[in-house]
Design a protein around this ligand. Structure first.
Ligand SMILES: Nc1nc2c(ncn2[C@@H]2O[C@H](COP(=O)(O)OP(=O)(O)O)[C@@H](O)[C@H]2O)c(=O)[nH]1
Ligand SMILES: Nc1ncnc2c1ncn2[C@@H]1O[C@H](COP(=O)(O)OP(=O)(O)O)[C@@H](O)[C@H]1O
Length: 398
């Protein structure tokens, strides 16, 4: 950050004069350390990013991960720290226009090792913090799906289901996009390689996985996410940056588990035997791996449902967390931006108290959570006028 090193200035000049593929006049250049990040122009229907890396001998097209912003009518870019650039899209609504380009966060560093090349990752800025997701694991036939359905039926506005991807064939009653995203193995493998999955595992001979988007859309809807995933998946989530509550559902006995699995009547004999064999290992791992915060015994279904609600703090009078309301503010086309500590001030138009009483937008970044490959949550935004006491310290503003 700060002044660009002289060689970067040189290379930037060369980059432009060499006609490096920079078509947009709205592009910005942000220097962090020994690299410059050129943001602007369209690429695959998203904003293009190019990196000037002196140690690699010039401009490189990085692998761009995360959910990408659509091209816009210009943007402002502000380096926040060594790892992230704040990008504010002009002319969009505040709900859609605040983005973070991660250039050296832990996630980006990990992905750089995997790809063996330059990596940057986009993450959308979102208001409010999501409640901790609930991970539910347990052997096939123990009653996970039944318990989750009961919970979602009783608290429809509170919980949302993380719809996994799987390569297994749909059962009769299962709908694509509701129970699972049924998918081809080759497509899913490519998406895994492209970093679109939070976790994945091979279970009973099929590939299953939770996409980053599956969890984020539930949180976007202001709901608490429930994941029904196997023990390997739970272990991966435990090791990830997603903070969750981990619950293992245990059957009263292996005989009862077999009875339920057979009574459900959705698997062939061969599949049932495979699931029962895998159940042994899952039970051992579930009870001793240290992954799970709670073990729930599903003997009597009603009792188990009550115990699950108690674990989730739903046994008293509860009200759903209200969904955060949209900002209802548009980011101006013509604006200037200042940063002090963890606050950003966007100055819109002229500071006329009568005609533009709330002409400044303040983004408080001190409570940010999450990040690429998912959303960056906890953005705190409000509008003030330029005579507000809150501006003390924003001496860059004229
Ligand atoms: N790791 C992982 N496991 C999953 C995912 N979705 C489902 N599973 C697990 O895959 C296993 C098989 O699920 P399914 O085919 O629906 O059969 P069922 O458990 O017998 O209903 C279960 O243990 C699920 O919890 C996922 O996205 N990731
Ligand atoms: N406590 C219980 N007692 C008896 N049957 C149960 C109980 N819980 C679930 N079941 C039944 O067991 C079968 C397997 O349940 P399901 O929710 O599909 O399991 P999972 O999602 O863990 O594979 C279903 O037919 C369900 O109705």
């Amino acid at each position: 950050m700060g002044e660009a090193p002289a060689f970067i200035e040189d290379d930037l000049q060369k980059g432009f004069s060499n006609g490096f593929d920079l078509k947009s006049k709205d592009a910005t250049t942000t220097v962090i350390g020994n690299k410059a990040y050129l943001i602007g122009g369209a690429d695959d229907e998203s904003i293009r990013v190019q990196v000037l890396d002196h140690s690699r001998g010039g401009w490189v097209n990085p692998t761009v991960l995360g959910t990408k912003p659509k091209p816009c009518k210009g943007h402002s870019a502000v380096p926040l720290n060594e790892g992230r650039i704040l990008v504010i899209q002009k002319g969009s609504s505040l709900d859609d226009g605040v983005w973070f380009l991660e250039v050296d966060t832990q996630y980006v560093r990990e992905q750089r090792k995997i790809f063996g090349s330059e990596v940057v990752a986009w993450s959308k800025g979102v208001k409010g913090i999501a409640e901790k997701p609930v991970v539910i694991s347990g052997p096939s036939g123990v009653g996970k799906g039944t318990l989750i359905s009961m919970l979602m039926k009783e608290f429809p506005s509170m919980f949302g289901f993380s719809v996994s991807h799987t390569t297994r064939a749909p059962r009769n009653i299962e709908k694509d996009g509701t129970h699972y995203h049924f998918t081809e193995r080759s497509v899913m493998e490519k998406d895994i390689k492209d970093g679109k999955f939070l976790e994945f595992a091979s279970v009973h001979g099929n590939l299953y996985g939770t996409s980053v988007e599956a969890v984020e859309v539930v949180a976007d809807a202001g709901k608490r996410c429930i994941l029904d995933i196997d023990v390997q998946g739970a272990r991966s989530v435990r090791a990830s940056s997603l903070e969750a509550i981990f619950i293992f559902v245990s059957p009263p006995s292996m005989e009862e588990l077999e009875k339920r699995l057979r009574a459900r009547g959705t698997e062939t004999e061969e599949q049932i035997l495979k699931r029962l064999r895998n159940a042994q290992a899952e039970m051992e791992q579930g009870k001793s791996s240290g992954i799970f915060d709670h073990i729930l015994y599903n003997d009597n279904l009603e009792e188990c449902n009550e115990n699950l609600k108690e674990l989730l703090g739903l046994d008293g009078n509860v009200t759903a967390t209200p969904k955060s309301s949209p900002y209802g503010v548009d980011l101006p086309l013509d604006s200037s931006i200042s940063k002090i500590d963890q606050k950003i001030v966007i100055k819109c138009g002229s500071p006329e108290p009568k005609t533009a009483p709330k002409n400044l937008i303040v983004l408080d970044l001190s409570t940010l959570k999450g990040g690429a490959p998912g959303r960056t949550r906890g953005l705190n935004v409000h509008a003030i006028d330029s005579f507000s006491d809150e501006l003390n310290g924003f001496n860059q503003l004229s």
